[in-house]
Design a protein around this ligand. Structure first.
Ligand code: IMP
Length: 429
C-alpha cells in the first residue's frame, strides 16, 4: 500500500489543492508537514469553493487530517479556518483534525516582525506573505518557540514567554520600536488554549500506528521546491524545506514512509513575491497567461508574475526532491496561443547552464534559451482522456517529460475535480 507525497515543483501555486483533493478521496489520512497559513489551496467541489491555508485539504472529503510537527501554527488562524469550514457545512471536530503537540506556534509578534522587516527592506523586500512564517521558524530553530504543548502548562508557558520576550524586546528596544506586551500576549494564549488544545495530539505515534495498520497516507506539501530554504532561490524563499524529504521529518515518520513523490507542475510558470524568474514574460504574453490562468494569490490577493514553462527549474526540482512523476496542471491556459515556448537552458557570462546556479547574482543574471512549439487552437479544457487532446498539445507534454526526465502521471484539465486524466496511479506503487 503506497503513501504519496504531493509537492509543488515550481514557486508554488501549481494547483496542488485540486490534485490533493482528487487523491485524498482515495487516501485514509492527509498530512500537512511544513509551512503554515502562508499556503493557499483552492478546492472546487461542485459549486462550492473552499480556500484552505492551514487545514489539510482532505478535510473536505471527510478524511482524518493531520498538521505535523514541521508546520508552524497560528492558533487563531487555525480556529478561524475551522469556523469558516463549519459555516460551509464541513465539521472539523477534534479527532478529525489532529495537530502535533510539538509544533511551534506563530504568535502575533511574528507577523508584526515579518511585516516590519519587509517594510524596512523597501525595494529589496522578499515579498513574504506577512504571516509571520519566517520569524516563527527562526524562533523554533533558536529553541525559544512556544509549542502547542506549552499551552497546557501555565508555568512552562510563562517561562517560555520570558525567554522569548527577553530576546525580542531587546531587539525592539534597540530599534526604537514598541515592545511586546507580555501580559497581553499571555492573556491571548490563555484564552485560546482551551479552544485549540483539544486538537493537540502525539501525531507521530498516531501516524506510526495507522501506517502499521496499512492505512494510506497522503502528504500535502505547501509552496514549491524553488521556495525551499535550501534548494530554492535563496534568499527569495520561504523558511521551511518544501522538498519531499520534509514529509518524513515534518510528520515524524521515517523516509521509508514515502513511496511515491508527485510533483505538481503548472504547464507554464508563475511566481508571487520577489526573486529571480528567468522565463518571466513581463509583457503581453505574461498578461494573457495571468488573465486566463486567474493568477492572483489565494492568501494575499497579489498578482502573480507569469512566464513560459522552465524545464531547467522543474528538472532541478525533480532531482533535489526525488520526483517520481508530475501532475501537469492548467494546460488549457495555453490553448489558442500561436506559439508556445519552453526554457531549456540558460546562458550566463558566456557560459551555458543546464541547471540554475546557486549564487544570487547568477540566478538574477541567467538568460533563458527557448525552444519554440507550434500552439494549438482546440480547447483542452475539461478533457478527460488523452484522445481528447490535440496532437500539438501532446507533443508539448511529451517534450516536457523528455526535458525533465520524469513522466506525467496525471493531467489536470480544469479546476473541476473530475477533469483529470490519470496516466499512472501513484497509490499503486
Ligand atoms: P513567506 O513564506 O511568507 O515567508 O514568504 C516567502 C516567499 O514565499 C514569498 O515570495 C512568498 O510569496 C512565497 N510564498 C509563501 N507561501 C506561498 C504559497 O503558498 N504560494 C506561493 N508562494 C508562496
Amino acid at each position: 500500500m503506497a503513501n504519496v507525497a504531493v509537492i509543488g515543483s515550481q514557486w508554488g501555486d501549481e494547483g496542488k489543492g485540486k490534485v490533493v483533493d482528487w487523491l485524498a478521496s482515495r487516501a485514509d489520512i492527509v498530512v500537512r508537514f511544513q509551512g503554515g497559513h502562508n499556503a493557499g489551496h483552492t478546492l472546487v467541489v461542485g459549486n462550492q469553493t473552499y480556500k484552505l491555508s492551514l487545514v489539510p485539504s482532505g478535510v473536505v472529503r471527510g478524511k482524518t487530517s493531520i498538521i505535523g510537527n514541521g508546520v508552524v501554527v497560528d492558533p487563531w488562524a487555525l480556529l478561524g479556518e475551522i469556523e469558516s469550514l463549519r459555516k460551509k457545512g464541513v465539521d472539523v471536530a477534534p479527532g478529525m483534525l489532529k495537530v502535533a503537540e510539538n509544533c511551534a506556534l506563530i504568535l502575533p509578534l511574528h507577523g508584526r516582525i515579518d511585516r516590519a522587516r519587509e517594510e524596512a527592506r523597501g525595494a529589496a523586500k522578499l515579498g513574504t506573505t506577512g504571516r509571520g512564517i519566517g520569524p516563527a521558524y527562526e524562533d523554533k530553530v533558536a529553541r525559544r518557540a512556544v509549542r502547542l504543548c506549552d499551552l497546557a502548562d501555565r508555568k512552562a508557558l510563562e517561562e517560555k514567554l520570558d525567554h522569548l520576550l527577553f530576546h525580542h524586546n531587546a531587539l525592539l528596544r534597540g530599534l526604537g520600536a514598541e515592545e511586546v506586551d507580555r501580559a497581553e500576549l499571555l492573556a491571548g494564549l490563555v484564552e485560546v488554549a482551551p479552544r485549540i488544545l483539544p486538537y493537540a495530539d502525539s501525531v507521530w505515534r498516531y501516524l506510526d500506528g495507522e501506517r502499521r495498520a496499512g492505512k494510506r497516507i497522503l502528504f500535502e506539501g505547501a509552496q514549491g521546491i524553488m521556495l525551499d530554504v535550501d534548494h530554492g532561490t535563496y534568499p527569495y524563499v520561504t523558511s521551511s524545506n518544501t522538498v519531499a524529504g520534509m514529509a518524513a521529518v515534518g510528520s515524524g515518520l521515517g523516509p521509508g514512509a514515502i513511496d511515491y513523490v508527485l510533483g505538481i507542475t503548472k504547464a507554464y510558470t508563475t511566481r508571487v513575491g520577489s526573486g529571480p524568474f528567468p522565463s518571466e514574460q513581463d509583457n503581453e504574453i505574461g498578461q494573457i497567461l495571468g488573465e486566463r490562468g486567474r493568477e492572483f494569490g489565494t492568501v494575499t490577493g497579489r498578482k502573480r508574475r507569469c512566464g513560459w514553462f522552465d524545464a531547467v527549474i522543474v528538472r532541478q526540482s525533480a532531482r533535489v526532491a526525488g520526483l517520481d512523476g508530475i501532475a501537469l496542471t492548467k494546460l488549457d491556459v495555453l490553448d489558442g496561443l500561436a506559439e508556445v515556448k519552453v526554457c531549456v537552458g540558460y546562458t550566463y557570462e558566456g557560459r551555458s547552464y543546464d541547471y540554475l546556479p546557486a549564487s544570487m547574482a547568477a540566478q538574477a543574471g541567467v538568460r533563458p534559451v527557448y525552444e519554440t512549439f507550434e500552439g494549438w487552437r482546440e480547447s483542452t479544457r475539461g478533457a478527460r482522456s488523452w484522445a481528447d487532446l490535440p496532437a500539438t498539445a501532446i507533443k508539448y507534454i511529451r517534450r516536457i517529460e523528455e526535458l525533465i526526465g520524469v513522466p506525467v502521471t496525471l493531467l489536470s484539465t480544469s479546476p473541476e475535480r473530475d477533469d483529470t486524466i490519470l496516466v499512472h496511479d501513484p497509490f499503486a506503487d
